[in-house]
Design a protein around this ligand. Sequence first.
Ligand code: IMO
Ligand code: MG
Length: 423
Amino acid sequence: MNIVVVGAQWGDEGKGKLIDILSKDVDVTVRYQGGSNAGHTVIVGQERYVFHLLPSAILRDGKVCVIGNGVVVDPKALLEEIDGLKKRGIRVTPDKLKIAVNSHVVMPYHRILDGLRENIREHKIGTTGRGIGPCYADKVTRCGIRMVDLMNPRVFSAKLKDNLKEKNEYFKKVFSQEGFSFDSIHDEYQAYARRLKPYVCDTALFINDAINRKSSVLFEGAQGAFLDIDFGTYPFVTSSNTTVGGAASGSGVAPTRIDKVIAAVKAYTTRVGEGPFPTEFGKEMDDEIRSRGKEFGATTGRARRCGWFDSVLVRYAAITGGFDELAIMKLDVLDELKTIRLCTGYKYKGKLFSDFPHDYEVLCGAKPVYEEMPGWQKPLGAIREFSRLPVQARSYIKRLEALVGVPIKYISIGSERDEIIVR
Ligand code: IMO
Ligand code: MG
């Protein structure tokens, strides 16, 4: 069985925990888009791990993790992650980690440009500053440097020289910044190349071969549906396809070989960075849920904006993502609430929107239409069976299911591995 896990909101839906649980039963886990902008948290006992580039299954022995061609790989960030795990007694060896030859490499000028562009923008995106947008831009404008290029010193030198010729002019003229030195980037990246070489291979062949041998593959999406470059709240999005199609193009596995799509969704909504957020809480509620849900970015530490569950968004994500099952994460964060609200539509200038509106002004001015449900006001952490949940919690789950139109299979009621209800 080959499964794709995606986020159905604005990222941080708890994909790391879900992947960690699902990866127990699969052979290969694949990251296929995004880069070190992602922050996937896995908690095992007293230990907390945050993965940015490594697939969350890296903690499990005997499983293979793949960084697919659709990922933009920052070698510095990746090696830091590998070294960080090693210090904690987890060895990342080439039989455990495979990196796509045709994945693109994040360069220092991408990271710097990410920050400079944000600074001069009137409407900031609030990027993670990891160079993601500029790296994908270079991929599309065909001046990117791939892993295979980095591994070949002659090709790498030629490409870097060409890139710096253009970029240094640009940095000087547009941003009055000093350019980059060829020698220092060259030497730094050749050192990365030497360390990463054993991991680099044709991962598309590797994954397809594994599927042919009846291995099961789990595709680990990063970010969420509304950060998708095509379907998200553009331009407040990331630069890759976070929706399910990205799993095929970002790994070299045909969509026909994907058996199931599971979407992770929070029992409420969060967003980190700028952009419209119709169901965002007011200050008081925002602070309360943020502290209860520990809603601070795993990559940047920024406070996440919090709001009510928005079924307009998730229903749209379910349609464009072909979701088979939903995993409702962090239900326990709502434990103490007396009343819970659920958004079923938006009102804007007297018109009712029940489908996601792409228009920026509509999204910014949308007044959510809410349904109210009573809270359960009890801790859920110890419950492992759906039928044992308080009736109010069951009603909330069933209402979400009906509004989104997708069966809810998993319900997470805590951050620990075993704090999950499987229906
Ligand atoms: P995971 O995988 C939440 C957001 C940034 C910003 C926008 C663009 O942990 O769910 P970028 O650096 O990608 O150019 O920033 O996207 N963003 C995320 N928000 N979770 C993430 O990843 C995110 N990755 C990027 O905050 O608004
Ligand atoms: Mg995150």
